[in-house]
Design a protein around this ligand. Structure first.
Ligand SMILES: [Fe+2]
Ligand SMILES: [Fe+2]
Length: 200
């Protein structure tokens, strides 16, 4: 697992150096989750014809910023003049969209395919590349995930990435409603798009 080729992706860091950074900033739980998502994302990309290296790197880094403080995210949103609307949300949204900015700054990764998959892993998007889908689904079905519906999610992921994306969005919205949690509007937009594309 140490000889992944990130040359095309132009990070100055190799995989071991990236892992060191992650170790420093993430709990063991989150760190190992990221490694599992990397593996599943690579597998999905190989299976469904996506860019394996980019899917793997985005899977590895998707939660890179998840354990940063709210203050840090707010500072990045303001400093980089990101959409001020983001200030109305929280870590659940920030760690993807704002996390991509932190990854640029700290890891020197500017590959937009990788960064978009990280940005989109929280709420999806109407435009999703194969890499985006692999990370989005990989995060949902990695081997340690256990929730009602996980078997169905994994079964869809064996047949069709689009169906797995649609199922994940439907499941996430249902879950948020049941927990009386707020739903980011982009999640609905993603759901409305993908529910007609997947075969559920
Ligand atoms: Fe995440
Ligand atoms: Fe995750």
């Amino acid at each position: 697992m140490n000889d992944f080729k990130y040359d095309d992706i132009k990070s100055n860091l190799n995989r071991d150096q990236i892992l060191d950074r992650m170790h420093d900033t993430l709990s063991d739980f989150r760190y190992t989750h990221c490694l599992r998502v990397e593996k599943v994302s690579r597998g999905l990309a190989a299976e469904f014809g996506g860019d394996v290296e980019r899917a793997g790197l985005a899977g590895l880094l998707h939660d890179y910023a998840k354990e940063r403080s709210d203050e840090e995210f707010i500072d990045v949103i303001k400093r980089k003049n990101l959409d001020p609307e983001l200030l109305n949300y929280n870590n659940a949204i920030w760690h993807g969209i704002v996390g991509a900015e932190i990854i640029k700054d700290e890891l020197g990764i500017y590959d937009e395919d990788v960064l978009n998959a990280i940005r989109r892993h929280t709420v999806g998007a109407t435009t999703m590349t194969q890499v985006d889908k692999c990370v989005f689904v990989g995060d949902f079905i990695e081997p340690e995930r256990d929730f009602p519906g996980i078997k169905t999610a994994r079964a869809y992921a064996e047949k069709s990435l689009d169906s797995a994306v649609a199922y994940e969005l439907k499941h996430s919205i249902q879950h948020l409603v049941e927990k009386n949690r707020e739903i980011y509007p982009a999640t609905f937009i993603s759901y409305n798009y993908w529910i007609t594309k997947g075969d559920l």
